[in-house]
Write a protein that binds this ligand. Structure first.
Ligand code: CP
Length: 315
C-alpha cells in the first residue's frame, strides 16, 4: 500500500487508510486539532457547523460498539448527515459486490465513507474506486490497521504523559492478530517513542515482530518493569485459525494484567485498552476499574480525534 493515495501532492490528507509512514507532523496536526474539539463535548449544544450539508456513510461489515458509535457522534457534532447502513439487511445478501454497493451510495451523493471490514484492503480498494472529492476512513481492517484507534491511543498518551521521547510503553496480549497493536506502534514511532515492548505467548507474540522495531518479550513480568504506559489487548479468537493459547484461565495466570503485575510498572503508569475488555482473561477487574485505568477516557477522546480526522479530510 502506497501512502500517496491518502496524502495528496500538497501534503494534505485525502483518505485515512493506515498510520504506516504517516508523517509525525501530520499526526501532531490531527492530535492538536482533536485537542480543540475536546471541549465541544462539555457544551450544552454539542455542535459545530464544519460538515453541515455533508453526508457521511458508516459501513460496518464487522461488529463494533465504540468505533461505529463515536464516528456517528463525531459526524453529528460536525453537523453532517449520517447514514448507518445495516450491512446484515443490505442487498449484499443478494450478491451485490462491495464496489457496486459503493457506486450506488456515491449516486446518493455520499461525501465520506467510514469503513470497517475483515478484509485488510477493503477501505483501500474503495478509496481507489471513488471519484475525487469523496473521502474514505478505515475504521478497522482485518488484523492490518485501525488508524483512528492508533490516533486516539496517541492522544490519550499525550494527554497524560506529554513527552513521547522519554516514554517506555508495553503492549500485552494477542499482538499477532491485532490491528490496534500495529497502528499504535506506527503512530508511536512517528511521534518519537524510543522504547516499545510487545509481550505475550510465543504463539501470539513471535520474535518476527521485532521487524517492526519493537522489543519482543514472552515473559510479561520482565516486559512490564518500569514502563509508563501499559496497553492490554484481548484474544482475537475470531481471527485465529487454530487455538493458540491453552485456555483463558491459563492465559490470565501467565499474561493477564493483575494488580501485582501492574505494580512492576512505573508507579504513575496508565493502563489502556481499546475495548471490548474481557475481565479475568487479559485484565483483572480491579485493574480495569482501578485508578490507573484510562480506558473510558480513550472512548471519550475518540470522539474528538474522529472529529479532527473528518474535518481535516473535508478541508
Ligand atoms: N476499539 C474498537 O475498535 O472497539 P469496537 O470494536 O467496539 O469498535
Amino acid at each position: 500500500m502506497t501512502d500517496d493515495i491518502q496524502i495528496n501532492g500538497g501534503g494534505k490528507l485525502r483518505h485515512l487508510l493506515t498510520l504506516e509512514n504517516l508523517p509525525g507532523e501530520l499526526v501532531t496536526e490531527i492530535l492538536d486539532r482533536a485537542q480543540t474539539f475536546l471541549s465541544v463535548g462539555d457544551r450544552k449544544t454539542k455542535k459545530l457547523p464544519l460538515l453541515r450539508g455533508r453526508s457521511v456513510f458508516n459501513l460496518f461489515f464487522e461488529n463494533s460498539t465504540r468505533t461505529r458509535t463515536t464516528f456517528e457522534i463525531a459526524a453529528k457534532r460536525l453537523s453532517a448527515d449520517v447514514v448507518n447502513l445495516n450491512i446484515a439487511t443490505s442487498s449484499q445478501s443478494k450478491g451485490e459486490s462491495l464496489l457496486d454497493m459503493i457506486d450506488n451510495l456515491v449516486a446518493m451523493q455520499a461525501d465520506m465513507f467510514v469503513v470497517r471490514h475483515a478484509q485488510s484492503d477493503a477501505a483501500y480498494m474503495i478509496a481507489k474506486h471513488v471519484p475525487k472529492g469523496i473521502h474514505v476512513i478505515n475504521a478497522g481492517a482485518g488484523s492490518h490497521s485501525h488508524p483512528t484507534q492508533g490516533l486516539l491511543d496517541a492522544f490519550t498518551i499525550r494527554h497524560f504523559k506529554k513527552d513521547f521521547s522519554r516514554l517506555k510503553i508495553v503492549i500485552i496480549g494477542d499482538i499477532l492478530h491485532s490491528r490496534v497493536a500495529r497502528s499504535q506502534i506506527h503512530v508511536l514511532k512517528a511521534l518519537g517513542v524510543n522504547e516499545i515492548r510487545v509481550a505475550g505467548p510465543e504463539t501470539l507474540v513471535p520474535e518476527t515482530l521485532s521487524d517492526m522495531g519493537v522489543s519482543v518479550y514472552n515473559d510479561v513480568d520482565s516486559a512490564i518493569k518500569g514502563v509508563d504506559v501499559v496497553t492490554t489487548l484481548r484474544l482475537q479468537n475470531e481471527r485465529m485459525k487454530a487455538s493458540l493459547v491453552p485456555s483463558a484461565q491459563e492465559f490470565y495466570e501467565k499474561y493477564g494484567l493483575t494488580k501485582e503485575r501492574l505494580a512492576l510498572a512505573h508507579s504513575d503508569a496508565i493502563v489502556m485498552h481499546p475495548g471490548p475488555i474481557n475481565r479475568g482473561v487479559e485484565i483483572a477487574s480491579n485493574v480495569a476499574d482501578g485508578p490507573q485505568a484510562v480506558i473510558l477516557r480513550q472512548v471519550t477522546f475518540g470522539i474528538a480525534v474522529r472529529m479532527a480526522v473528518m474535518s481535516l479530510l473535508h478541508e
